[in-house]
Each structure stands twice: as C-alpha cells, then as structure tokens.
Design a protein around this ligand. Structure first.
Ligand SMILES: *Cc1c(COP(=O)(O)O)cnc(C)c1O
Length: 363
C-alpha cells in the first residue's frame, strides 16, 4: 500500500465531465448501424468543415514530422488581422476549453473563487475545482437571464473570474452588452465572456476588451467554423495578461494541421456564411415544429422542456430511433426535464421532429 501518492483532494471531489454520446458509443449500446445514426448532441456544424480546410489538412499532413510554431503565431496573426486586434491581445489554445484551462491556471490559487451563473457550461466549474479553487454560483432569473446584481454582490475579495456565456449553453439566450459592461465596471476580477455561439447571435463583446482591462472574450472554431475535431479556440485578452498566459500555456498546443485548417477555414467566408444561414433557418424550422415547449435560442441548438416526461426517457427513446440528443439532467441547477437539440440539416431536423412527436404521443 502506498501512502505518499495521493490524488489531490480537489480532484477527488470532482465529477467527471459529461459529454454528448458519440455515434460509435450509441451504435454499440443500442445495436444500431452507425450510418443510420444522427448526432444532434454536441452543437457541431451540420454543414461539415470548409472544403478548403480539408484541403489544407491534406497538405499539412506531409509535414507532421516537424513541430508547429510554439505559440500558434500564424493563426494569431490571421485572427489579429480579421478582428483588428493587436497580436498581443490574441491567444490560442486546444479548443476554447484549452484557453479557459490556461487562464484559470494562470490566476486561480487555492481557495480563490469563480462566480458562475447557473445553469451553464460545466467546464468552468471543473477547471475551477482542479485549481483547488471554489465555484460560487449565481442563479439565473426565470427567463434564464443573468442576475447582474447578485453576480456583483457575490464577487468578493477572492473572486478572480466571473463567467458570462453569451449565448448561454444550454439555455440559448444572450447577455446584453450593457449588463457585461456593468459587471466589468463594478468588480475587481476578470470577466470571461464565452462567445462559443456568437456567430448565430448578435453583437460580440470584443469591443469591451479594447476598453476594459478586466474583460476577456473567448471564441472557438468548433461550432460555426466546423472544426470541433481539431480542437482550436482563441481569446481576446487585455495585453497585460499576454506574457503570463504564454508562460502557462502548453508549448505547441495547436498542431500544424490545426493551424493550417483554421487559417483556411477563416478564409472561406462562403462556407461560413452558408453554415450560419442554414443553421438559423433550421433553428426556425425546429422552433415552429418541435412538439415540446422550446426556449428561444440565439445559438445552434434549442433547449426543450419535455415535462411531464423525464429528459432521460426522451433521450433514450430518441436513441432507439438512431438520434443522439443531449440529456441536460447533468447541468447543475436545471432539473431533469430538459433536452438540448443541436440544429441539423433540414432532413435531420425533420427526423428529430417526427421522433419526438411519436414519443410524446406514445407516452
Ligand atoms: C463548445 C463550447 C466551448 C468550447 O468548445 P471547444 O471545442 O473547447 O473550443 C466553450 N464554451 C461553450 C459554452 C461551449 O458550448
């Protein structure tokens, strides 16, 4: 028996991250043909990747014996040009998840705090915990808008981060820029604005990074840009954080394939616009025809309330019909009757609408 090797207490207390089921897992557990399964569980782009990104991946493949740039500088330059932001305000990571992890490892000491408005994306809480810091929750209002006053009241001496997800996952609503401003002006901590789904919504908070020294805006190429499998995220940060972030970031955290594909995707505006248009149209189709109460959404997914049916039951019944949806019972503070549906192609949307009708009528 070893006595000195111990997993950190903060890790022992954590729950494992719950992701949407993969097609392979679903095929195995439900005895289905993988080709018949549609996955509307993880908010990926139903239009696939940009063909130009795919070409860039093939081209980059010949050079994978060479290390990529240590800090993803080619991609950071591209982002810096597109958004008209100096390069020292742009950092990249292995997905936005990777960026969040590096930022929290840079700032969170033991017993520091993150303020997290619930329900929301669970990874903020996980990283906070594995930094031995403490998540502090703020309950969203009835319409799932954030409670600005409560957040400001909860931001204290030990608060290092406040997480604002806009549009929010899984509720789909945005936070008005005015509310983010008010929080940034009222607190002595960093405000991380997660804009994973901003492409499907209105205006970005990027301008606030230019005005405030405590606002960070995170973006990802996993959703509208169709590159979830490559793990590419970036953030706009105040310049004073840059060199500290660089010390903490894993060297070479973007592969040369990821860097090339991301640059090619960013330069394929046509595929991007077509994706966003198709998804917004699909969102309207689902809003109109889904047989359960749906929350208004500015993202590429819709949250439905399946009550009186339990979300676990509805997700399981959909799975039997070859449709993977996200059971939201694992989201802290949401309850057990919510299911998140990623907007798919017209045909995929029709299939999920028909399946849900059948499940509702049978119950
Ligand atoms: C998908 C998602 C991310 C990050 O995705 P990456 O694939 O790690 O870039 C971040 N925040 C929210 C709210 C998300 O839904």
């Amino acid at each position: 028996m070893r006595h000195l090797i111990k997993v950190k207490q903060s890790i022992m207390e954590m729950k494992e991250y719950v992701a949407g089921k993969s097609i392979e897992e679903a095929a195995r557990s439900y005895g289905l043909d993988p080709n018949s399964i549609i996955k509307l569980a993880s908010n990926e782009n139903c239009m696939g990747p940009s063909p130009k990104a795919v070409d860039a991946i093939k081209e980059a493949a010949a050079n994978v014996h060479i290390y990529p740039s240590v800090d993803g500088v080619e991609l950071r330059e591209e982002i810096s040009r597109r958004y008209n932001m100096p390069i020292k305000n742009v950092v990249v990571g292995a997905g936005m998840d990777g960026v969040i992890e590096t930022l929290l490892r840079t700032f969170l000491d033991k017993d520091d705090e993150s303020v997290i408005p619930l329900p929301t994306f669970s990874y903020y809480e996980n990283v906070t915990r594995f930094c031995s810091a403490v998540p502090v929750y703020s309950k969203r209002k009835h319409d799932y808008s954030i409670d600005t006053d409560d957040i400001i009241a909860k931001a204290g001496e030990r608060t290092r981060f406040i997480f604002i997800t806009s549009p929010n996952n899984p509720t789909g609503n945005i936070t008005p820029i005015e509310d983010i401003k008010k929080i940034a002006e009222s607190v002595d901590s960093l405000v991380f604005v997660d804009e994973a789904y901003i492409d499907f919504a209105g205006s970005s908070a990027i301008d606030l990074v230019r005005k405030y020294d405590n606002v960070i805006v995170g973006h990802t190429m996993s959703k509208a840009w169709g590159l979830a499998g490559l793990r590419i995220g970036y953030a706009f940060i105040p310049e004073w954080i840059f060199s500290q972030y660089m010390k903490v970031a894993t060297p070479f955290n973007l592969s040369n394939i990821s860097i090339s594909a991301a640059i090619a995707a960013l330069n394929d505006g046509e595929h991007y616009r077509k994706s966003v248009e198709t998804i917004i149209r699909g969102r309207e189709q689902l809003m109109k025809d889904l047989p359960f109460k749906a929350l208004p959404s500015e993202a590429n997914f819709i949250l439905i309330d399946t009550s009186p049916l339990k979300s676990g039951y509805v997700v399981d019944e959909c799975m039997k019909r070859g449709i993977i949806l996200r059971d939201c019972a694992s989201f802290r503070g949401l309850g057990d009757t919510f299911v998140r549906i990623t907007v798919g192609t017209k045909e995929e949307n029709e299939r999920v609408i028909a399946a849900l009708r059948e499940i509702r009528d049978k119950a």
